[in-house]
Design a protein around this ligand. Sequence first.
Ligand code: F6P
Length: 319
Amino acid sequence: MALAIMGSGGDAPGMNAAVKKFVDYLYDRGETPHLIYDGLEGLIDGKIKKAEHKDVAGILHRGGCVIRSSRSKRFYDYEYRKQAYENLQKNGIDGLVVLGGDGSFRAMDVFSKEFPVNFVGIPTTIDNDIYGTDYCLGVDTALNTIRDALDKIYDTASTFNRAFVVEVMGRECGYLAVISAMGSGAEVCVIPEVAFNRPVAEARLKREIANGRNYILAIVAEGTKKTQEIAEWIEKDLGFETRVTVLGHIQRGGAPSSYDRLMAFEFAVRAVDHLLESQRSNKVVVYQNGHFDLLEIDTVVSNKYQLNPRHLAMLNILD
Ligand code: F6P
């Protein structure tokens, strides 16, 4: 069988490892891997080629994605989706693996309802916001990048009697903020899922300041759009000289952690195994409670990811 792989939407560390495993594993199984360059934009433009070993040599340890990715506006139009489908047909592609996040899976859901594509998704986003899976490729590396930054910020904050407000990515999801706040011992964590109770937080921090606290670390999820507001509150009402750090796109880059390399392999092998057995799949490989499974894409995109209540309970500074 001829299978193809592509990236779509925001990149995440581990994509290259998944692409490499996809190619190597298919050749091991006597099948033919193809690469689609530039994501859905490339699919529309027919940028599809048969993969050779040299295309994926030396990429395992690199961040980003050698076959690149895109956020395609054209794919919203039926005419371009039709063109994309025709390109798959022209190249004799029997099955498609998409490394993507929520937005890409929504696009693939529409695509697979309109055209008889044999498709499987691998949840790939640092946001960890996809329904039905506890883990998305790239999250561990992003968390380690944030941890590294926070450890450094803590050093300077505690030396200068200052407050630092650090904005982390995650779109509408507070996962990165919650796990990072837990791991860094932050005093404040503001996320979209939980209303920030400022009076309660203020009373707690004032007590701590009276007992000698001389720095504050606040993690704010970008989806709250409250970074400046929190900084002004800390400066004016708690009396700390405050600095804001927006970590931004460094969270998306970097060499994948060992865990992300492992997960890339696990996801890729399962995606390939599934496609080789199916004529018409529209599923996503998910990782739930320590086990891999496959979920209908329709289920994945029509439900909202919920933060683990145990994580929220462990982080007792949400208000
Ligand atoms: O979905 C991944 C992500 O990095 C989000 O955390 C962030 O909001 C968004 O992508 C940034 O998108 P762009 O790279 O298009 O600016």
